[in-house]
Design a protein around this ligand. Sequence first.
Ligand code: 5AD
Ligand code: SF4
Length: 489
Amino acid sequence: MNVHDSEKVIGTLLHEGYRQVGTVEEADLILYNTCSIRDKAEQKVFYRLADYKKLQAQGKTFGVLGCVAQQEGEKIFDRAPHVSLVCGSASYRKLPEMLAQLEAGQVEKKKIEAARSETGERETAKLVRITGLDDRQTDECFETEFTARTNPYRGYITIIEGCDKFCSYCVVPYTRGKERSRTAESVLAEARQMADLGYSEIQLLGQNVNSYKDPAGKKSFAELLAAVGEVPAIRRVRFTTSHPRDFGRDIVEAIDTVPTLCDHVHLPVQSGSTRVLDAMQRLYSREQYLERIAWIKAAKRDISITSDMIVGFPGETEADFEETLSLLDEVGYDSVFTFKYSPRPNTPSLSLEDAIPDAEKARRLEMIMGRQREIQIDRYKKYVGATVEVMVEGVNAGRGQWIGRTSQNKTLNFVAGGGAAESTATSKPRSKATDKSALSGGAEGSVRPTQATSTETDQSVCPAQLVVGSYCSVRVTASFPNSLVGEMI
Ligand code: 5AD
Ligand code: SF4
């Protein structure tokens, strides 16, 4: 979601006349998009900001965007006094206005300093500071009209922002504000526009994508999903992240009915113990979660299931942890993202007792990863001999293989046309002006070279005339715990 937020910010600023540059050194304005979901991510932000300080003498302006901005607010000015702008993710709509204010303030500052120097005063005027932190109660979504999409074949559409769930460990409801959905009509208009621009894969995004409620009351989430899947020229539709509490059977029915909807559901469980789920305020029990898994498994299509898990939540006993391990076996996930519980500011679980020592969290993390690895080895093996469609994502020059992605979101590396892939891949030519640019700054997620730039090349070296973003059929010949290997047929 953060990457897509950056795309929206970049697009909006390009439309305002800003130019995106490739390096921090070239930039006058450096906007750093941040994440505060876990402590480690937040720490990194302050290290990076300290790093930027040495560029202040060159007259650069610094802004902090995203969840750390929202969470820390004006405290950022104390910890990083060279920062001039702090803007939370719920206030991006106001960013152009805030930047204009900042620029006007800086012009004023220069005038004051010039007048002072005429009278012999050396003192510099105060740094202008602008904050945008108060929009979390808004009903409006950030305008996506000018999004600068960085991937030339897969486009993201945020359909719902914010979160009303308030899991006891999570900062998101505080940093991103209350849930607000876009109308199904505007989502579909954007999907059609993307199809016209040549995108063939759409990913619908939301903290809880399936809590979507059409403000115009026309479509449920499953209906919207199906409608996006029926947009002509769209070949794949993904959605993330789903909350188990709001996961209805109608979503599985939509996947069964509309072939373009991908065979993949990411359904974070967080813990296999109902006792811990209660303490996490997840609003479902192990049994209710498993009921949703049963619906997914009962589908006509083979739907891949992935999840997120947190280990070492305060008070998580060995028996609770065993239940998480047994859930891995019971569900048979294709992939699990595992995290050590990280206490976050302002969250209810911060005051819970029985903290788990870090070494124990690390042990539990290792155990989950070890068990899951075995499960994946077995699961991935089953695809050997099968023929699957992949979208070509790039090339691995070292291995002489193309990199493909299956509908189930598995990586499938393959050789094509009887020959190995060479060190380059082709990419669809794009006509959008925004493809040429790169926003100033070196922020994670906010500055990425376009796919076109990183893979663009000479078509003649591709043995099978493969193009990044195209689709082909591949027969799986071998498997690893995290990927498949095959030959194009
Ligand atoms: N500690 C550890 N993991 C967390 N997540 C969210 N908040 C925390 C936290 N405080 C994890 C959850 C979520 C994923 C995006 O990040 O597993 O699904
Ligand atoms: Fe955080 Fe829970 Fe909302 Fe997910 S559902 S964003 S974990 S509060």
